[in-house]
Design a protein around this ligand. Structure first.
Ligand code: ATP
Length: 203
């Protein structure tokens, strides 16, 4: 009897402050191209590598649920928001490994995050626990990137092809605070949520 293939679980973390169309496109592409059985989206707690204060966890969780509601096989997992102190991807991966001992984990990240992956806590352990799936991002990426995904063993990397989308949460916050239109950059449900809760008011 042959063993059933391992369940493929994608892991997609972010501040999602707010989630935007680039995130949704990346999640959709990852589910399809990586043939994921499941994609879990993890809004991060106060991430150690983001200097600014994030919007309250409850808002980011609610917006992520709205944004990813239409992506097949995808759910939002709020566990990192409940953790006291800084959040680390390696801790989440270890927890998931205990919950799903036989699954294959694929860490889905944009190219800008991949560039700094070497500085994440226990990055070698992350690469051991998960296959790394990097998507292109329309931002200049330094040529001398210290984390070279091509050096990972072939079984430990699976790229995601995504047409570069020049959208970022930073730009959306800037536009919202300036009273500019953001409707092209975020799902309609997220735009309504931001408006209703006055999330990014002018400074
Ligand atoms: P900020 O502008 O506040 O830094 P962000 O737009 O980079 O936010 P995050 O929540 O930090 O959004 O990103 C979560 C993940 O999504 C990261 O892995 C990031 O690389 C990826 N990502 C974000 N925007 C895009 C995009 N336009 N194309 C591809 N990947 C993206």
């Amino acid at each position: 009897m042959t063993a059933a293939p391992a369940r493929r679980i994608g892991i997609f973390g972010g501040a999602f402050d707010p989630p935007h169309r680039g995130h949704v496109a990346l999640a959709t592409a990852a589910v399809q191209q990586l043939a994921l059985d499941e994609l879990r989206v993890f809004p991060t707690g106060q991430a150690w590598h983001k200097a600014r204060d994030l919007s309250p966890a409850a808002h980011r969780l609610a917006m992520a649920e709205l944004a990813f509601a239409g992506v097949p096989h995808t759910s939002v997992d709020g566990r990192e928001l409940e953790r006291a102190g800084p959040t680390y991807t390696v801790d989440t991966l270890r927890e998931l490994r205990l919950e799903f001992p036989d699954a294959q984990f694929l860490l889905v990240i944009g190219a800008d995050q991949a560039e700094s992956l070497h500085s994440w806590r226990e990055s070698a352990e992350i690469a051991r626990l998960a296959t790394i799936s990097i998507a292109a991002r329309a931002r200049p990426v330094s040529p001398a990137t210290p984390f070279d995904a091509s050096k990972l063993p072939p079984g430990r990397r699976e790229p995601v092809e995504l047409p570069p989308m020049p959208v970022s949460s930073t730009e959306i916050r800037r536009r919202a605070a300036a009273g500019e239109d953001i409707s092209q950059l975020v799902p309609a449900s997220v735009a309504r949520y931001i408006d209703h809760h006055h999330l990014y008011p002018p400074h």
